[in-house]
Ligand binder design. Structure first.
Ligand SMILES: [Zn+2]
Length: 299
């Protein structure tokens, strides 16, 4: 009898054990929001192409043995691919890339505002104050010291230049893509406390912008911008994830390519759902174990 009970308790523990320690830090909860850098990488029309130049690639003699060495150089504009606009980009005297406090770049709460439907309907759509109000009705106030990510759906066009920019030429007046309306940018700086704002299109100001007013309004408050966020943004919940980005520490630069990583809180991933079947199975086995134990005690 006691052997049966011990075996049942052991079975229950084996099932509960891994579930109790469900670790939120797994591949599923970490999302890379950056495009890779390669010869296909898109950049502002007037800038140079990204280039990786391999300067050494082969075996060389070192002492008595041959060793393998690859060395290379990169050539690129600072605003290439998924990148950060430092506040000094459109506001004189504000932070350059290297000046942004690390606290503004690590583990920041994220508010994802979805305007995919509006951007499908209107190529030059701009996030409005009404969009923010609607989002806050559903999700609560945009958290302090957070990063807003605007999801337009534009990343689905990457890296097709014509669809992404609206033109394959360097003609700025021909650009068509969604952005953030200056009145929304103004409302944000007047009413909320954010450290950064990103978008999955080429720029925070939409393609038809001439004065880049949203850049000016946000940068003037030392708010950094993230542009060309990747399509993986669709994996993020409206609220319940945090963002970390570690830009190259280029002193004096107005921008840099950057790898942007989001971590989704455990309750917003399917991790908890994966743990749940184990727990319910364990619960049923516990009941069975109790029943068997009671039966033997009574008999
Ligand atoms: Zn930029």
């Amino acid at each position: 009898m006691s052997i049966v009970i011990v075996m049942l308790i052991r079975a229950v523990w084996l099932l509960i054990g891994p579930s109790v320690g469900c670790d939120a830090t797994n591949a599923e909860s970490i999302v890379d929001l950056s495009h890779p850098l390669n010869s296909q990488t898109l950049h502002w029309p007037e800038a140079r192409d990204f280039e990786l130049r391999v300067t050494q690639n082969g075996t060389v003699r070192r002492g008595e043995t041959n060793i393998w060495i690859q060395s290379d150089e990169i050539y690129m504009a600072t605003h290439t691919g998924t990148h950060l606009d430092a506040p000094c980009h459109f506001s004189r005297g504000k932070w350059s890339v290297a000046d942004i406090p690390i606290i503004n770049l690590v583990d920041r709460p994220v508010a994802v505002i979805d305007v995919v439907a509006q951007s499908v309907a209107t190529r030059d759509y701009e996030l409005s104050v009404d969009d923010i109000h609607s989002w806050e009705k559903m999700n609560g106030q945009i958290p302090d010291n957070s990063v807003i990510l605007v999801r337009t759906g534009w990343a689905r066009f990457w890296p097709k230049k014509l669809e992404y920019f609206g033109t394959e030429t360097k003609e700025i007046p021909l650009l068509h893509f969604p952005g953030v309306h200056p009145s929304a940018a103004q409302w944000i700086v007047d009413n909320r406390q954010i450290v950064g704002i990103g978008i999955d299109s080429p720029s925070i100001d939409h393609g038809q912008s001439k004065q880049y007013k949203s850049h000016q309004i946000l940068n003037a408050k030392n708010i950094y911008l993230l542009e060309n966020i990747a399509q993986t943004i669709h994996k993020l919940p409206a609220i319940g994830s945090s963002l970390t980005l570690l830009p190259l520490k280029i002193e004096g630069a107005s921008g840099t390519s950057v790898t942007v990583i989001a971590r989704i809180d455990a309750k917003h991933t399917s991790i908890s759902a994966k743990c749940a079947p184990n727990l319910s199975l364990a619960f049923m086995l516990s009941l069975l174990a109790s029943f068997v134990t009671l039966r033997y005690i009574i008999s």
